[in-house]
Design a protein around this ligand. Sequence first.
Ligand SMILES: [Zn+2]
Length: 407
Amino acid sequence: MTKIVFLLIAINSSWSWAIEHHCIANVRDEKQRIVKKEVSLQELRSIDSFKGRFFEILEGESEEAIKFSNKKLSHRACTVYYHLSKARDYFSSRYDIAVLKRSRRIRVRINMTRGWSDTDYYMHKDLVTSYNNVYAIPASKRRITEGVQPWGPELWFSPAKAIKKKSTLSKTLDYVTTKEMRTALLTGVFEGNVQNFLRQRVGGEELTALESEVYLASFLVSIGSIVFIPELAKTVSKLFNKTVYLDTAMIPEVIYHEYTHIVLSDFLDVGKKTPVTEAYANFFASDISGSHAILHKAHKYSKGLIKISAKDPAKFDYWMDDPSAAQFHIGFKLLYEIKKGLGKIIGEEEAREIIFQTYKKLSFSSTLQKDLLYELVLTVKEIYQNNPGLMQKLILELRLIYQELGF
Ligand SMILES: [Zn+2]
């Protein structure tokens, strides 16, 4: 199903050629169900493998792109390549973002169980085995171990594995899939919420029921540097004694969510997760997929997890601005409502532009409640300075949306 098309396109006064490959990918149909469909992959740079101009799909630690003929992996590789290309087109057709212009292709590892280290690239084999996750790997910094090759941003999709969850909070560590990973958590390999959570657990501090739920949800979403597991806070109690399973490489909006992290890393590093950065990743994931929800009707590929829907009711509470609640859906809902609300006045494309331009002004300490609104208003003032009437109307609408969501 591979076609080589010779195109008479002059790029920098040289002739270019394009390879097209048809394969079966998971896509969402008009009823938002995940179905298998034949798709056409573009911008390939190999006639027999998933190696393209912008992405190459690798199995685990392999450095060779997966072959089209690989029966076991081609559906998965095709799905990832197809949706990454779609997400890339979405961003590059709208925004001027440096990360999209870099010539280095993004390595995408599927069926990847290794952990990532910011100095050594791979975490030691015995330390971590990863399942049910996907990681947006930031490009190497200056200080990496001698002999290790520098790397660009990458995406690592872990394989899915059913994990039976236990019934009490004291069993929380069992949620982590391996003994090695539990050790890694306890010895502080991972930072942020997980450590805070464990400190509280180990320190024997009492947590309120609500805090426990939020922390537990946060714990589940915090394994690894950037991990996509949907928000669980509001319904976490329903999840006990369930089997959890997430096949990240097979769900379009999960792929969009992680790729968004990489694209937006031009402005904020992918290394940290906050309610604002997660709200943006979920917002763009839903926008690219044209759906109001994430993990909607994904039962075959996601078990025991709750969909994130912008149409679910939510009222702001102070804890939702804490990084430990980064995956809670209020931020996503807020941006979604802003796109709709401002969209009615200026059109959704303009509304999207305001949301996007605002991101450039944010930092990791930006809150949903105060900083995001402040910067949104500032962006509106900048863009519409020559039209004070419209500017005021948009600012009023922003304030109304905020009010309606209880901010
Ligand atoms: Zn994320």
